[in-house]
Write a protein that binds this ligand. Structure first.
Ligand code: ZN
Length: 323
């Protein structure tokens, strides 16, 4: 990505861009990258553990870039239902022979983009480039985690075709943020992936198969759950917020047989496996002498600008900023 140097220029861009498609909420993305570090072998932990806070803080940079770059949004989803399932898995080259690139981009390029970022990470390991390893690991963690979200693999991504607006944030932001303390999210050691491309498509297929359940369970619940108990006030970062009640979130998660917990665990497992596989396929470089990574002034400016836009975008959506 081209470094961003002026906040003023970004303000103009922000006004022109859509603000939907958040991915896992920022909390869940951070949590997934944070937990994935614990599954890495000691040879990688020596580098990843000191930078665990970097991987956590930058887990949602890819989402923040959507506020600035029009080309970023299609990297976060794949409308599996727009295709005959027999058409994929396929490489980007094969896909462009069958569909125009603009159609592919409109319907999302998540699997191809994730694979590209994975390949970039392998070369960053080969080049022993600590800065790029960290930035690409944070981004790869994000895209792999997005692939684990069912609503990122279907065109009805926010229930807009079925009168279920808001289901996207309910599934991937409200439930993880509020229910995660009771989730079991420990996964074992990172596994080596013999065919990373096949694994990405497998994750997409799992998510696509679950999308119907996500929509149907919410549809059922909205007509069977007592209306007066659906919303409540709860304390979020010292501010009272009016939102879904905990009972409603629990009922929804239970109706989906703990799907949010299962997909979050799957995301942690997959992120650690992709980081580990990239390192192995780069020849298992020694990471011990990489512990003094310094980022450029341009990087710092870019991150400040992205934070600023995240803040502004939320303010625009909610009318007030309560965090
Ligand atoms: Zn995303």
């Amino acid at each position: 990505m081209k470094p961003v140097h002026t906040i003023g220029g970004l303000c103009v861009l922000l006004l022109a861009l859509p603000l939907h498609l958040a991915g896992w909420g920022f909390f869940a993305h951070s949590y997934i990258n944070h937990q994935a570090v614990f599954s890495l072998p000691p040879e990688m932990l020596v580098f990843y553990k000191p930078y665990q806070s970097f991987l956590t803080e930058h887990a949602a940079d890819a989402d923040r870039r959507k506020f600035v770059l029009r080309s970023e949004a299609p990297k976060h989803y794949f409308d599996a239902d727009a295709y005959d399932p027999a058409a994929w898995p396929c490489s980007w080259q094969q896909a462009t022979l069958r569909w125009p690139p603009e159609t592919l981009r409109r319907q999302g390029i998540l699997p191809w983009n994730a694979l590209q970022v994975y390949n970039q990470l392998v070369s960053a390991f080969r080049q022993h480039d600590g800065q790029r390893i960290l930035k690409l690991s944070a981004d790869l963690g994000h895209y792999i985690a997005d692939a684990c979200v069912p609503l990122h693999t279907c065109s009805n991504y926010d229930g807009q075709f079925t009168g279920q607006h808001g289901i996207h944030a309910l599934w991937e932001t409200d439930i993880p943020e509020r229910l995660y303390p009771r989730f079991q999210l420990w996964v074992g050691k990172a596994e080596y992936l013999p065919h990373p491309a096949a694994t990405i498509w497998q994750i997409i297929q799992e998510s696509a198969r679950a999308a119907d359940t996500v929509l149907a369970a919410e549809q059922y619940l909205r007509s069977h759950f007592p209306r007066k108990q659906k919303y409540a006030y709860y304390l979020r970062n010292h501010t009272w917020v009016h939102s879904y009640s905990t009972a409603y979130l629990e009922a929804y998660e239970s109706l989906m047989h703990d799907m949010v917990e299962r997909r979050m665990r799957r995301a942690i497992e997959a992120v650690s496996a992709f980081w580990y596989t990239a390192w192995v396929n780069a020849g298992q470089p020694d990471l011990r002498n990489l512990t003094e990574v310094r980022f450029s002034h341009a990087d710092s400016l870019e991150w400040q600008a992205l934070q600023h836009f995240q803040w502004n975008a939320r303010k625009e959506r909610t009318g007030s900023f309560k965090e």
